[in-house]
Every structure is written in C-alpha cells, then in structure tokens.
Design a protein around this ligand. Structure first.
Ligand code: MN
Length: 484
C-alpha cells in the first residue's frame, strides 16, 4: 500500500522493521527443569541455574528447540542444521549471571517470508531475517513500593524465540497486519500463546524516515516492548512524525532506544542505542553447538498443522466464502474449527453468515469467547438446513436463534416445541388470506383503484395472522392471484 506523511515542504516515507520476542510454550525453562507456569507466586519456580548460581551448568530443553523449528517452518523459513549459543554480556538486576544465553552469528532459523493482507485489498510479503532462541530475563516490578524495586525470577530462563523482520514495513497498518498474522501463526502451531497484554509476545519497532524516492536509510530509533497491536501502530506513526519534525527543523536524529507511553501515545527517550560490540558476544562455553539432522526436521514437518493462509484459500475454494469472511474465520484455529464443523454437509456461505452475524454479535454483547458459546456448530448447521428446506422462514430462524441462545437445544426441537413450522400448505394459507381480505374491503377497493403499493400491507396482514409461519413466497403468489 502507498502510505506517506505529507508536510508543507515534503512527502516522507516510513522505514520500519520489527523484532518480536515470543515466549515458547514448554513445560520447563529453556536451560533448567523449573516450571514455566504463569501466575504462580513470585520466585516459586526458580532453579539454581535461573538464579545464576556459580558453577551451575545449563542443559538445553529439547522441546524449546522443536517449538522453534516448528515456528521457523510456519514462517516459511530456512532451518539451520548448525546453530551456536552465545553470551550477550550486560549488567542488570534482572540477569544475575551478567549475561544472557542467546544466539548470535548462527541462529537456528534463517531467512523466511510471511504474507500479510491489507485493508485496501492488497497483500504484501514481509521478509523474515532470522529467528533465534534465548533465555528470558527476570521481571522487575517497580510499582509496588515507592522506595524499592522487586524482582520475580519465575520468568528468568523461560525460553524465547526472537523473530527479526527485514525493514519492509512502509505503513503502521502493515506492521499491525504482520503482528496479527504472526500471532495467528504461533497460536495455530501452539508454540506461543501470543498474549501481548500478558507479555508473552513483546514487540520492538525500529523506525526511521526518508523523503519519498530517497535511497538508503537514515538513523533509526528503536521503540521497546510495545504490548498491543494498536500501540505498535500508534508508536510507529507518532515516532515517524517526531523524526520528520526534527529533520524539517534542520536537526539530525541520533540512534537511540525509546519507550512508548500508553497514556500520551508518544515515544520518549530511554537511552542512546548500544551497538552489538557493546555486548561483547562470544560463544557460550557451557553449551556445545546445536546440530539438527534432516530426519529430525522432516519429523517436525509431519507435526505441522494447516496454517491460516492455507486454510483461508481452502475455505474460499470449498465453501465459496469471500476473502474477507475467510480471513475472519481463519484468524484463530478455534473459529476455523467451529466453522468447519458447522458447515460440514450444509451451505457453508450461509453458515458463515450466521456465525459472523448473529453468533458473533451475541458473543460480543455478552463478553463471551467462542469456547463459551451456548450455541454449538451442529445447531448452526441444522438451523441453516431448516431454512433451506423451507421448514422455517429466515425471519422465524432469527427467533429460533434467540431461543437457542437462551435455552440451548437443537433448532428442530425448538421449532417442534414452539410450533414454528412454516405453513406451506396452500389450502391453509388460502384460508388465512380469505379472512384478511374479508376484513379489509376498503383497502381492496383502493388497491383495485390503483394504489398497488397496498400489496405489501396485505402480505403483512397475512404474515401477522399466521404468526409469521406462512411461507412468504406462497402468500405472495396466492395474494397476486386473488387481487387480480
Ligand atoms: Mn532478545
């Protein structure tokens, strides 16, 4: 998509890349046997390794490796059969070792690509630079006590996948679409829960600007730990505008690390950016290089599930859905599964309409997730069939849906109990029509005198008299005949 920021003098372009830290779903931490359970009491799940005790040796968790390879395959990326762990040295209270075990020159996953869809109907491929695995730091808590900071080591040593993209984003919306797609991919794969608000997926954005048509890149600012898709888009837009203002005042930008302020929507200065050299990376002496075999990679491939892009294509092809509907229905695996179950053996397009319309509206209004839905896929499927086979009208189906929501049972049962079956018996409908006509001689005269728009009035009266049960098509046919 074309997106520029115009000022009185110039037209500017955004150049942005993302780095996303995803907490790996695994029972234990990446280099120790301590539990990764979220929400336990502070410092309950801490081994000697996580606490940085001297002489402790890390042992690599196989499951974390498998999850990273799976994610790499999901990003259509190169899996590296040889990778190396490195020490990234820095001093901070959340890392008592004085270093983080990560990967540097030789990451486990190399170049890949992810397709994103945009609101203008276009799509774009975003380049993945790499994915490497590393340990998370402890969590510092600064807001519990005005004079003290607390540290919770439960998070220390939890496995992370750091996913780095190429600087391919030219619009805040593109970054937003990518984050949503990535979240959807890791959730489908079950490799990360993707909950940005809980910090299990954290986004850093590198942002610079340049004049439209300008080649090369200018100095960039890195915005740290943005915790929602909306905030990421806001941070990119406002940071770009800040830089543009500085350039247009005749100043320059220094490479720096900044923080997003949720209340103002602006970014604020944190520190001048450290360069890779500052970390004194060197190969981790306590861990050997990691070798993966072709057989192993093939084995992981066999565990891959159908991912959102492939599922979307299939839904469009098999059920005749629009790209837009297929997009929403495949955003999560739960929604896709629900739809597929409901659509099985029924009209998929109509099933999609009920799910995206009445069902989602009711779930939203009651703040329920799809898993908590009182209405099952089978109920939706049967409801669509009842309309298709003229057992009930579309209008009655709306009422059936309301009953179903309040008192969940199969729609056929509701139709039976409440006597909602559509009347298709022409004799019975004719009787109702005759009584309506008999009660409205003035309107008949007016109709015959040229007020033909009264036809709708008669239809309405007949439907009302039949309590909505008469088949509207048959009502129309008979009425037309009777009114000449
Ligand atoms: Mn990192």
């Amino acid at each position: 998509m074309t997106y520029t920021i115009k000022t009185a003098q110039n037209e500017w372009e955004i150049v942005c890349g993302l780095e996303i830290h995803c907490q790996i779903i695994s029972k234990s931490k990446i280099f120790s046997g301590a539990s990764t359970e979220f929400g336990d009491d502070a410092n309950e799940n801490v081994s000697f390794i996580d606490a940085g005790m001297p002489g402790m040796l890390p042992v690599l968790n196989k499951e974390c490796v498998r999850q990273a390879v799976k994610t790499g395959l999901g990003l259509n990326a190169q899996i590296n059969k040889y990778s190396v762990f490195s020490r990234k040295n820095y001093f901070y209270a959340d890392q008592p070792n004085g270093y983080q075990i990560t990967q540097y020159e030789y990451p486990i996953v190399g170049k890949g690509k992810v397709k994103i869809e945009l609101s203008d109907g276009s799509s774009k491929e975003i380049g993945i630079t790499r994915l490497h695995i590393e340990q998370d730091a402890a969590k510092s808590i600064h807001d519990l006590n005005p004079k003290k900071s607390y540290i919770d080591f439960n998070r220390a040593g939890v496995g992370l996948m750091e996913i780095v993209t190429e600087p391919d984003f030219r619009a805040p919306e593109e970054a937003g679409a990518f984050l949503k797609k990535l979240r959807s991919i890791v959730r489908y794969l079950g490799t990360c829960d993707g909950n940005m608000d809980e910090g299990s997926m954290r986004c850093d954005a590198s942002i610079s600007v340049r004049l439209k048509g300008e080649q090369g890149m200018r100095e960039r600012a890195e915005i740290k730990n943005v915790n929602s898709v909306k905030f990421a888009m806001q941070a990119i837009e406002n940071e770009a505008k800040r830089q543009i203002e500085i350039y247009e005042q005749g100043s320059t930008i220094e490479q720096q690390t900044r923080q997003f302020d949720q209340t103002t929507g602006q970014t604020k200065f944190l520190r001048l950016k450290e360069y890779a050299d500052d970390y004194r990376y060197f190969p981790e002496p306590d861990l050997p290089p990691l070798y993966l075999t072709d057989d192993y990679i093939e084995d992981v491939k066999k565990e891959m599930v159908e991912l959102p892009d492939a599922k979307k294509e299939r839904f469009i092809k098999d059920f005749g859905l629009t790209a837009y509907d297929a997009d929403i229905l495949t955003e999560s695996r739960q929604t896709a599964d629900f739809f597929e179950k409901a659509a099985k053996g029924h009209d998929g397009k109509k099933v999609a309409n009920w799910i995206l319309g009445d069902l989602f509206a009711n779930l939203n209004a009651n703040k329920l997730t799809l898993e908590q839905s009182p209405i099952t896929p089978e109920m939706i499927g049967e409801l669509v069939d009842l309309i298709e086979t003229n057992v009930i009208s579309g209008k009655i189906a709306k009422d059936v849906f309301v009953y179903m929501w309040e008192n969940p049972k199969m729609p056929s049962q509701i139709v039976e109990e409440k006597g909602l079956k559509q009347v298709t018996d022409t004799g019975a409908i004719e009787t109702v029509i005759d009584s309506v006509l008999a009660a409205n001689p003035d309107n008949i005269a007016a109709y015959k005198g040229g007020k033909t728009n009264l036809f709708g009035f008669f239809v309405g009266q007949v439907m009302k008299a039949s309590k909505g049960a008469a088949n509207p098509q048959i009502v129309n046919e008979i009425l037309k005949k009777k009114l000449g």
